[in-house]
Design a protein around this ligand. Sequence first.
Ligand SMILES: C[S@@+](CC[C@H](N)C(=O)[O-])C[C@H]1O[C@@H](n2cnc3c(N)ncnc32)[C@H](O)[C@@H]1O
Length: 240
Amino acid sequence: MFIVLWLLYGLTMKCNFTLDKTIKLKKMKILVACEESQAITKEFRALGHEAYSCDILPCTGGHPEWHLEGDVFNFIDQGWDLMVAHPPCTYLSVSGARHLYNKDGSKNLERYQNQREALDFVEKLMSCNIPRIAIENPVSVISSQIRKPDQIVQPWMFGDSASKTTCLWLKNLPKLVATNVVDKGEFKEWVDKKSGKVKRQATWYYDALINAKSPEERRSLRSKTFKGIAQAIASQWGNL
Ligand SMILES: C[S@@+](CC[C@H](N)C(=O)[O-])C[C@H]1O[C@@H](n2cnc3c(N)ncnc32)[C@H](O)[C@@H]1O
């Protein structure tokens, strides 16, 4: 009995040692594209990776030394091991599809052109020469125009009591595993004056509309990355 316990202890210690060594060996060079908040970049950095955010806007996460300001395609060929990208969803989201038609029922050609350009941007990100890629977007026309997502996650699967349907298109990456399933958060319901239909929206998302002082601020509040998802991305995809 004593010998069996001793052997088990020895095996556990050996596994820990190997795990430690593996984590130390696998420092990755990571690009978090279209991220000004640096939410995911900071989680990768906390685990010792060489992670950089990239956005045409200055960063708001407090670490300009980890930020590449400019068009992501100016930085794409710099030997990254992994890219996580949040392409702009203004012209891709299913909720914005109503703008594709003018009030008289004719096609809004400018909006169609913007959608085509946004899709081209996503396809270019998906096909760039980086071994592991994750593209993140809300429910969008990427699913019908390019391909269906590999996974759909929610903040409440990772410890944040909130709902935000988040689609992931993955290349050489495993699906994220839920870390802490909690409640789905609060929702606001109201009757739409025009249609008379009952509408329902996550409270945090609705509040972003009310509290934002400009359309830009509203976009930025609504496109925020929840802490739990950012931590899961860093710990699960930074350890491959
Ligand atoms: C949907 S938001 C994603 C925000 C992100 N979740 C964050 O936490 O910062 C899309 C971002 O893409 C950026 N963007 C747009 N075109 C870009 C480009 N060509 N290269 C890099 N970033 C770009 C926008 O400035 C915006 O911050």
